[in-house]
Design a protein around this ligand. Structure first.
Ligand SMILES: Nc1ncnc2c1ncn2[C@@H]1O[C@H](COP(=O)(O)OP(=O)(O)OP(=O)(O)O)[C@@H](O)[C@H]1O
Ligand SMILES: [Mg+2]
Length: 171
């Protein structure tokens, strides 16, 4: 988390994604899962603690895998944010069972879980939301029941404008 006495270093989103994938040991669990990465290169960096973001990505990957007990596709992406030109994004998409419309707001509530007894305590997304918002970012969900879910993390870039500028014409 943010700590004024120990300022965080600049981090590359793609490096954060690779280390999170390694840390959560996803490569050992993907027998029936195809994993795809679509990473945008040269994105502006973000000022975060690596462990915080690894924890968040780990929660998203665990949820995505849980939603695909019979296999499916997992996609992890990094990109510029289309809406805010000072933000960059990481998203995790699955082709799992999706989230019912009336449950979509609730998934970020502490202790909200649809997983059976002993399988989930409903804290992964509540903790993730708190971490991302502490960095001035946002976490969003898009889901279609029976088709899959995308969770997007939007983080402020460490520079004013994250979008690449068109080079000015020289006369
Ligand atoms: N990718 C997803 N696909 C389908 N449902 C999801 C997905 N991610 C989250 N959910 C729903 O949101 C609920 C809350 O998720 P959250 O990660 O906070 O808790 P949990 O996974 O149930 O338990 P914990 O993460 O504490 O082990 C889940 O129980 C599930 O119903
Ligand atoms: Mg979870």
């Amino acid at each position: 988390m943010k700590c004024p006495d120990y300022p965080n270093k600049l981090q590359d989103l793609n490096v954060l994604i690779s280390s999170s994938l390694k840390n959560c040991g996803i490569f050992n669990k993907t027998e029936h899962i195809s994993l795809q990465k679509k990473l945008t290169t040269n994105l502006p960096k973000v000022r975060v603690n690596v462990d915080d973001i690894s924890l968040v990505i780990g929660h998203l990957l665990t949820n995505a895998l849980d939603s695909m007990p019979n296999g499916g596709k997992l996609l992890i992406e990094s990109r510029y944010c289309k809406e805010h030109d000072s933000c960059v994004q990481i998203s995790v998409s699955d082709t799992g069972y999706g989230i019912k419309k009336n449950k979509r707001d609730k998934i970020f509530w502490p202790f909200f879980t649809t997983k059976g007894e002993g399988k989930g305590i409903g804290l992964g997304l509540a903790i993730s939301k708190r971490i991302i918002e502490d960095y001035g970012g946002k976490i969003n969900v898009a889901s279609t029941q029976g088709r899959g879910t995308t969770i997007t993390l939007c983080l402020p870039a460490a520079f004013k404008s994250a979008k690449p500028r068109v080079a000015e014409k020289m006369h």
